[in-house]
Design a protein. Structure first.
Lengths: 321, 332
């Protein structure tokens, strides 16, 4: 429990807001139901989202008996729309926390929730129309790419040849890669190969095997995701070229943070994109009902560089991710 | 008259030949394309990579050849493999304190994986034969069940094999005999045995008989249900064998393990000349089909010819072309 509280404090810049205050005793009696709609655990990162959502809900339920939560996970945008409609029709929710599968298909269903006067919190992927949500908790994909690019520039002042593995073709991936390329401008770092590894370990392993066959000189790899980084590392090991290159992943998977902490030369750093942002969103939404602090606006969670020095702050041994 | 009579059989022989060598032609074309695009293509390293990564789908697809030949379908193989990998990792990790961190543990883990594969195949088979449910529906159901179970076992994250045990287990994927990687050897053995079973045994002929006409097979005193059940169990066992080789590759299983393997296996089987509605199966053709599919990926990665966004489209075109090559003249 202590660990969880500590973690929550770390994840929430506005942790103070989450603490219950005696002054709001009268609000505590008002019943409220909060619907939480997130993508199913189809890969490591969404697995983390599921874990942190469940954890936040359990803690909040224990702390505020008057709050009730409905958690639904969806495997595709269509299912997510149905989930949200069901929450409105059968559970009479007072607030919705939604991490949209995709922006466009979810925009009008979420707008209907907002139009019905419910409090709406959107997480990570923004909706296609501005002004629908009351609260927007976002990861910063541009910063994710930029921080990664800057690390490459810093590690390779004289330039070099790198290969890049991209995620599933989406706006998220495009924003990251564009920011990464922009931040490399003016350096002598050359991207000799770029392929989609779909944020998948097996796919990344195979793509990297082929990169290694194709290019006799690779100085570093931007795997852009920790699942892909693990596949990449395995392929590099198989080729026996561990001493030639290093790998930068991203997201903050605990196995990778462990390696950074241990000073692994192949994994000098990691860049965060914390799945725990869902917990931030759920907590802030809950505060809307148990406190009087203003909760509307934007809350951007930075992507930060994890190095051996600060790795402890980003290490959550209990999380599956 | 006599001239016409001469032309007719010639044409027909040509058609039969093309039907048989169609997949081989497609494979040859891909190899020539690969050679001309990248001089690393035929290097020992690249050939080993391509064949070793084909081995998982390959071993599974040999099983799928039998399943499709009896007129069935198994959509659950990818999920089953993920589930088996997950359970195997859990078994291996929990055996360390009891059996130690050596080969004994790994052999126990492998045995568990194979047994569980047989069991999963038995589940599919019994539901199809005794439950009288369409294979498509049964295996669609078990696809969802196995996939969910692995997500549940992994808590939505990743199951990872104990680091030290992994180092012991690693040679099963990365090691080999006389310079040939183990997965390639296993794939070759499974394919050769599969081909012999399909061509030379009563079981293989029963499979084809059931696939072409179940009623006639029944009247011919073939134990249709028994052959069917055995075929789904064989498929399960082969998924187990593939998983035993898969686990040491990345030492982990997650919800993305084995995703869409079932469709790749089915595509390979059909490219190889097995008839989708059953009655005729060709194991060596499946092997060619699997290698074709891996080569497409490999060639696309080795070159910058097309936008990576279009990889799927190229694969689709080549799959259809490979099938057209062998069927185009069938009616002539």
């Amino acid at each position: 429990m202590k660990k969880i509280v500590k973690y929550a404090a770390g994840a929430l810049v506005a942790a103070a807001l989450a603490l219950p205050g005696g002054a709001f005793a009268q609000d505590k009696d008002a019943k409220a139901t909060i619907g939480v709609s997130i993508p199913a655990a189809t890969h490591g990162w969404t697995g983390g989202v599921n874990f942190h959502a469940q954890e936040a809900i359990d803690e909040l339920k224990a702390a505020y008996p008057n709050l009730d939560f409905v958690l639904a996970t969806a495997g595709d945008p269509g299912k997510q729309v149905s989930d949200i409609e069901d929450m409105m029709a059968t559970r009479n929710i007072d607030a919705l926390v939604v991490l949209p599968f995709e922006s466009d298909p979810l925009t009008s269903p979420v707008k209907r929730v907002a139009d019905a006067g419910k409090f709406v919190t959107v997480v990570d992927r923004g909706l296609s129309q501005p002004g629908i949500q009351d609260l927007y908790v976002a990861g910063d994909n541009t910063a994710f790419g930029r921080v990664s690019g800057e690390f490459f520039k810093e590690k390779m002042p004289d330039g070099g040849k790198i290969v890049v593995l991209r995620g599933i073709p989406t706006t998220i991936d495009n924003e990251r890669v564009e920011a990464f390329q922009a931040s490399l401008e003016g350096s002598n770092i050359e991207i000799v190969g770029m392929e989609h590894g779909d944020w998948n370990r097996d796919k990344a392993f195979e793509v990297m095997q082929d990169f290694l066959s194709k290019h006799s000189e690779i100085d570093a790899v931007w795997a852009s995701d920790d699942d892909m980084a693990l596949g990449v590392i395995e392929a590099v090991k198989q080729a026996g070229r561990e001493s030639e290159m290093w790998v930068l992943g991203g997201a903050g998977m605990k196995q990778m943070i462990e390696r950074v902490k241990a000073g692994d030369t192949m994994v000098p750093a990691d860049v965060t994109y914390p799945p725990s942002m869902i917990a931030t969103a759920i907590r802030l939404t809950a505060d809307r009902f148990v406190s009087r602090a203003p909760m509307a606006g934007r809350f951007v969670i930075d992507s930060v560089l994890v190095t051996p020095e600060n790795a402890d702050e980003h290490y959550y041994p209990d999380s599956p991710f | 008259m006599s001239a016409e009579a001469k032309v007719e059989p010639q044409r027909r022989r040509f058609a039969v030949d093309l039907h048989v060598i169609g997949p081989l032609l497609a494979l040859l074309a891909l190899v020539i394309l690969g050679m001309s695009l990248n001089d690393q293509f035929l290097s020992a390293g690249n050939v080993t990579n391509v064949l070793a990564r084909s081995a998982f789908i390959g071993v599974i697809a040999v099983g799928a050849t039998f399943v499709i030949t009896i007129g069935g379908l198994d959509l659950s193989v990818g999920s089953m493999s993920a589930f088996l990998a997950g359970v195997t990792i859990i078994v291996l990790n929990s055996l360390i304190p009891i059996a130690g961190g050596g080969w004994g543990t790994i052999i126990l883990g492998m045995a568990a994986c194979l047994l569980l594969g047989l069991g999963a195949g038995f589940l599919n088979g019994i539901l199809i034969t005794k439950g009288r449910i369409e294979a498509f529906i049964v295996t669609l159901g078990t696809l969802g069940i196995f996939r969910s179970l692995v997500v549940w076992l992994a808590d939505g994250g990743t199951l990872s094999l104990d680091f030290n045990l992994r180092e012991v287990y690693r040679p099963v994927y990365y090691g080999g005999l006389a310079g040939i990687a183990w997965p390639i050897i296993v794939f070759a053995l499974v394919a050769i045995i599969g081909e012999i079973v399909m061509r030379r045994t009563a079981y293989g002929r029963h499979c084809a008989a059931i696939g072409s006409n179940e009623q006639v097979a029944r009247y011919s005193a073939i134990h249709v249900d028994r052959v069917r059940l055995a075929t789904y169990m064989l498929q399960g066992l082969l998924v187990g064998i593939a998983t035993v080789m898969y686990v040491p590759r990345l030492g982990s299983a997650s919800s993305t393990t084995g995703i869409l393997w079932e469709l790749e296996a089915i595509a390979a089987v059909i490219i190889g000349g097995t008839v989708l509605k059953g009655g005729f199966g060709r194991v060596w053709g499946t092997v060619v089909g699997v290698v074709i599919l891996s080569l497409i990926d490999n060639i696309l990665n080795l070159t910058d010819l097309v936008s990576p966004y279009l990889n799927g489209a190229i694969q689709g075109v080549i799959i259809i072309l490979a099938v057209v090559l062998q069927r185009g003249r069938k009616g002539a």
